[in-house]
Design a protein around this ligand. Structure first.
Ligand code: ADP
Length: 447
């Protein structure tokens, strides 16, 4: 086992990883920008190294500075968290070239899944069902028209290098295809420096259901069931639950088998998530994330597993040591992402948190790095906390989340807590009756 791990991240996830390390008796190295000098992940680490100025490009994305920090502190492994360098294949490669372990998959698998076209063709070959669409990249507009006619409108033009919901454009009819083609490519070029696009049938009322998987270095792969992440605004998740309110045990078992078989054939190691759209009882793969996800705690709560410890164990070369049969889902978990944003306009609300009180009690978990007196820097993500609850049933989990949100005090900045309260009170949400479009319609109806 490692004795020292460098955590190449900030905020709640840096703290989350530190907690796992501490319980495993592993020393932690925090890295930070000058804007984060007094951050909680820095205060609680065994050692901390400043790696640059506030801008992420010069600090949390600064590979040379991070590697130097690892070398001078004698770290043996690097955990990238999510975002920043977590899905950067070159970074994973460089880390290993420096004789350190990268706590994640191989650079080759990160690269394969980072290109959504390669990801789709790979998964198709491995027997995973896809959304109907173009066979790889679109060469030109006329090919886009042709494929759109074949699969039927509406269609979605998506960037091969896409992420964060950018470089994605819907065409409802042939009249809109040219504009969708142009806008998607322009956005993709601007955001990712790569204007390769592909086309998918635009599903009108799917749910976003994803499977958490974990592999060791010996070809053993298991899944930890699904998360329903359909509640999204601008393709960004806001509230997640495990399990999905609509999936049956038989459906879970079937898709679980398909996925674990595919990833075991791939030789995939460490944690990963396969994202699907689910409609009319059909799963269609859209992409794979080769890292720990923001919403991983809901899976941890229902499966009684510490996914970060598991990541560290398999990265150190340990075998999984259990099989699919040993993994049981119990009860229901919900996560609310608490963003420092105006709950109506969603404009970021950076500033100083004057008063902070974290909710507690049975089945309540708060993953956050904020404290009273903390100044939220304007340079990074607006998510300041994740509130997670676990209860025997979904109805009890909803009641518990209501109660926990009522206890939660974050004073000084605006947060989306009032929006979460409204969602939890809504009869459709309570019935579990929602698709990926539900939240945007709900938000529009509030104003
Ligand atoms: P990103 O990597 O940018 O997050 P994804 O491919 O994961 O892109 O898609 C993000 C979200 O966009 C999905 O969760 C879903 O809500 C929506 N989406 C993606 N593909 C489709 C599709 N073919 N039909 C309908 N909605 C889609």
């Amino acid at each position: 086992m490692f004795s020292k791990i460098l955590i190449a991240n900030r905020g709640e996830i840096a703290l989350r990883i530190q907690r796992a390390c501490r319980e495993m008796g592993i020393k932690t190295i925090a890295v930070h920008s000058t804007a984060d000098a007094d951050a909680m992940h820095v205060r609680l680490a065994d050692q901390a190294v400043c790696i640059g100025p506030p801008s992420a490009r010069d600090s949390y994305l600064n590979v040379a500075a991070i590697l130097s920090a690892a070398t001078i502190t004698g770290a043996e492994a690097i955990h990238p968290g999510y975002g920043f360098l977590s899905e950067n294949a070159e970074f994973a490669e460089t880390v290993e070239e420096h004789g350190l372990a990268f706590i994640g998959p191989t650079a080759q698998h990160i690269r394969m899944m980072g290109d959504k076209i390669t990801a789709k063709t790979t998964m198709e070959e491995l027997g995973v069902p896809l959304v109907p669409g173009s066979d790889g990249a679109l060469k030109n507009l006329s090919e886009a028209r042709q494929v759109a006619e074949q699969v039927g409108y509406p269609v979605l033009i998506k960037a091969a290098a896409g992420g964060g919901g950018r470089g994605m454009k819907v065409a409802h009819s042939a009249d809109e295809i040219e504009e969708a083609w142009t806008v998607a490519r322009t956005e993709a070029r601007a955001a990712f420096g790569n204007d390769e696009v592909y086309l998918e049938k635009y599903l009108n009322r799917p749910r976003h259901i994803e499977l958490q998987i974990l592999g060791d270095q010996y070809g053993n792969v298991v899944h930890f069931g699904e998360r329903d992440c359909s509640l999204q605004r601008r393709h960004q998740k806001l509230l997640e639950e495990a399990g999905s309110p609509v999936l049956t045990d038989a459906e879970r078992e079937e898709i679980g088998q398909t996925v674990t078989k595919a990833l075991s054939r791939m030789g995939y190691r460490n944690a990963g998530t396969l994202e699907f759209l689910y409609q009319d009882g059909q799963f269609s793969f859209i992409e794979m994330n080769t890292r720990l996800q923001v919403e991983h705690p809901v899976t941890e709560m229902v499966c009684n597993v510490d996914l970060v410890k598991e990541q560290i164990r398999v990265a150190a070369g340990e075998k999984l040591g259990y099989t699919q049969k040993d993994i049981k889902m119990s009860g229901h978990a919900i996560e609310c992402r608490i963003n420092a944003e105006d709950p109506e306009t969603f404009l970021p609300s950076p500033g100083t948190i004057n008063v902070f009180h974290a909710p507690g009690g049975l089945g309540v978990r708060m993953d956050s790095a904020i404290f009273a007196g903390y100044r939220i820097p304007p340079y990074y993500d607006s998510m300041i906390a994740k509130l997670i609850v676990h209860a025997p049933t979904r109805a009890e989990a909803i009641a518990r989340m209501h109660r926990a949100l009522d206890e939660c005090v974050v004073d000084g900045v605006k947060t989306v807590i009032p929006l979460h309260r409204k969602i939890l009170s809504d009869p459709s949400f309570q019935k579990g009756d929602y698709t990926i479009h539900w939240l945007e319609q709900f938000v529009a109806a509030q104003s």
